[in-house]
Design a protein around this ligand. Structure first.
Ligand SMILES: Nc1nc2c(ncn2[C@@H]2O[C@H](COP(=O)(O)OP(=O)(O)OP(=O)(O)O)[C@@H](O)[C@H]2O)c(=O)[nH]1
Length: 319
């Protein structure tokens, strides 16, 4: 891997990204508000909340209304997809979260068989429930957990991983690469025998808190918003901006570029050429109509974003 003079390169990069006229108001569908209502109504049965969020954005996009309304219960924050996250500053992240009142935090990789941190969830949940008051549920020896989180952060994958770990059983909850896979509201799934623990799977109904467009772009980059609502061209540009800001330059060799680049059109052209993604377009010239081959920028943006989400462009911490 070539070493780039990051200081020199950084000087060429945009310091801030112009998000244009983007409007985040419509990025989250209406069914989320309905799901939120149903989840609140089921709270009486719940002993502990497991909130899952993407480890690449530990501070951005979580929904504070959940912490406010569910604060009475033990609460665990699971930062999932840690295999894609740069966790070198894990300790300062944990300290910052603690300052915000979030104390029980675990980093997980739900795709890994026998992830050590997934194994810690049940003991932690049991300890938290047993050390507090369960009010009207004091007699009931089985525990009920509610899994919440913004779309596509791995709620179903976590449920399946806990089941695999404690019941040695296969998938109970449908997993998908796109936000909004879990549509059935509040399915009850057993995940552990001793103690008996049930989980309530929820659809990705938690509308994240989007303070500004940049938070929205981070959420989009992590795949929590349907790409077409934000626009893949914009997500690809924000990805390039972020990789340069974080000095993650593996894209240069992957796509045969000469050096770090801040121009998304140039990068997408190179990706399209490398992947052989071109489009035949009719052009009208002075001597008649001709067909020309042009780079397929949309296909290139799609590929660039997918490569990032698979971890092929390096681990990142976007917050
Ligand atoms: N790299 C990586 N991918 C993961 C991990 N956990 C889940 N995924 C992937 O993330 C995508 C979403 O996972 P789901 O479990 O369906 O997420 P969800 O939160 O239930 O999604 P919704 O139903 O849309 O709300 C799938 O493609 C999973 O394979 C992880 O720890 N690491």
């Amino acid at each position: 891997m070539r070493i780039y003079n990051s200081l020199l390169s950084a000087a060429k990069f945009r310091k801030v990204l112009d998000f244009g006229e983007r409007e985040v108001a419509h990025w989250f569908p209406g069914h989320m508000a309905k799901g939120l209502k149903q989840m609140r109504a089921s709270l009486r049965k719940v002993d502990c909340i497991i909130e899952i969020h993407d480890a690449r954005i530990p501070f951005s996009g979580r929904n504070p209304s959940f912490q406010e309304s569910l604060d009475v219960r033990p609460h665990i924050l699971v930062l999932n997809k840690m295999d894609l996250a740069d966790t070198s500053k894990k300790q300062s992240i944990l300290k910052q979260l603690e300052r915000e009142g979030v104390r029980n935090v675990l980093f997980t990789d739900c795709l890994r068989q026998r992830d050590e941190n997934v194994k810690k969830i049940v003991p932690l949940v049991t300890e938290l429930i047993e050390s507090g008051s369960r009010f009207h549920r004091e007699e009931d020896r089985s525990y009920c957990l509610m899994v919440i989180g913004v779309p596509n952060v791995g709620k179903s994958s976590l449920i399946n991983a806990i089941r695999r770990t404690y019941l040695k059983k296969g998938n109970a909850s449908k997993v998908g690469g796109e936000p909004g896979i879990t549509k059935a509201v509040l399915t009850k799934i057993q995940v552990c025998e001793r103690p008996i623990i049930h989980l309530l799977d929820t659809p990705g109904v938690l509308p994240p808190r989007i303070e500004n467009i940049e938070t929205g772009m981070k959420l989009a980059l992590c795949g929590t918003i349907l790409d077409h609502l934000v626009g893949e061209d914009g997500i690809a540009d924000y990805l390039l901006f972020s990789l340069n800001r974080l000095e993650r330059f593996s894209y240069i060799e992957k796509y045969n570029l000469e050096e770090p680049c801040d121009d998304i059109q140039h990068v997408l052209k190179s990706i399209a050429v490398n992947l052989g993604k071109t489009k035949r377009v009719k052009a009208i010239t002075g001597v008649g109509n001709i067909t020309v081959q042009l780079p397929d920028y949309s296909a290139a943006a799609y590929n660039f974003i997918r490569a990032f989400r698979k971890g092929e462009l390096g681990k990142v911490m976007l917050d």
